[in-house]
Design a protein around this ligand. Structure first.
Ligand SMILES: C[S@@+](CC[C@H](N)C(=O)[O-])C[C@H]1O[C@@H](n2cnc3c(N)ncnc32)[C@H](O)[C@@H]1O
Length: 290
């Protein structure tokens, strides 16, 4: 009697084990993660404006993060001649639809759709990133953009900003039923720290020292020339391009324009109406807050 009961129990447990082994793994493979936001397409007229604002051309690799039915990467390649379009989309059905659309448009060889959670996909090769993900998702995605994208990469977001990261430009475009806001940023270079350079101005050697603090693309700085403080009127960073203007205590006007690439800034400076080349080297690296 006892043996019979034990055998029955064993059979039941074996059945339970085999069911969980055979059913759960396949369930784990088929259950899709939930999207963080639903699929709501950007109207095609707005897609075209977004890509125009980004100035997409043959050198661009355009990533749409949360790419829905693939309309943005496909339009980037087919209408703007982008080198490559990439869509990252968590819903596999939408990825399949995107691939079919790309085939129909004859651009399947230049677009790629990745069926994965956007937070798991590297995006460093992008030169342009497009978003229509809502404000909260934009805030969650922001650190990834700063961590992975090269200075100078453009971000264009449909209808939603990025909180403390103020946009570099805002555009209003007319859609089919309403006006849409397009937010535009350029990933800023890191110019935080102490920079030094020398220049011969009217036969006299001058040493320039710039101390810069940076939060996102906002730069606050002090500049001295041979230890004399310059009153700064403007310090502006757009991607890699740094513009500084100010005046010496004697009223002499100074203007610097340069491109920041890792630990050097090179460009032209205008002092008292004459133009000079300048190349600054970073002597102490600062931390960019974002
Ligand atoms: C508002 S739609 C935008 C679609 C497209 N970018 C456009 O502008 O037409 C957002 C898309 O993001 C996808 N999505 C949501 N969370 C995601 C995640 N964590 N990873 C990848 N895609 C996601 C959704 O499935 C949806 O298709």
């Amino acid at each position: 009697m006892k043996i019979k009961r034990l055998a029955k129990q064993l059979l039941i447990s074996l059945f339970v084990v085999s069911v969980s082994v055979s059913v759960w793994p396949s369930l784990a493979l088929t259950v899709e993660p939930e999207p963080d936001v639903p699929f709501v397409p950007t109207p095609m007229s707005v897609v075209m404006e977004m890509l125009k604002i980004a100035g997409v051309d043959k050198d661009d690799v355009v990533y749409d993060i949360g790419s829905g039915d693939g309309r943005i990467p496909i339009a980037a390649v087919s209408a703007f001649g982008a080198k490559k379009g990439v869509g990252i989309e968590i819903q596999t059905k939408l990825v399949e639809l995107s691939r079919q659309k790309a085939m129909k448009e004859g651009v399947a060889d230049r677009v790629e759709f990745i069926a994965r959670d956007l937070f798991l996909v590297p995006i460093h090769e992008a030169t342009v990133v497009t978003l229509y993900m809502g404000y909260e998702m934009n805030i969650r995605i922001r650190p990834k953009l700063f961590k992975e994208l090269k200075p100078g990469t453009l971000i264009v977001s449909h209808d939603f900003g990025m909180g403390e990261w103020r946009q570099d430009s805002t555009y209003t475009v007319r859609g089919d039923h309403r006006e849409h806001t397009i937010y535009y940023w350029v990933i800023p270079a890191n110019v935080a720290g102490t920079w030094k350079w020398n220049a011969n101005i009217k036969g006299k050697q001058k040493q320039f020292v710039l101390n810069a603090k940076q939060q996102f693309q906002e730069v606050t700085a002090t500049l001295t020339v041979n230890n004399k403080e310059v009153t700064l009127n403007e310090v502006r960073l757009l991607g890699k391009k740094l513009t500084i203007s100010g005046s010496m205590p004697d009223g002499q006007v100074l203007k610097f324009q340069g491109e920041a690439v890792s630990d050097a800034i090179a460009g032209t400076m205008e002092i008292a109406g004459a133009s000079h080349r300048w190349t600054a080297k970073r002597h102490a690296v600062g931390v960019v807050i974002h």
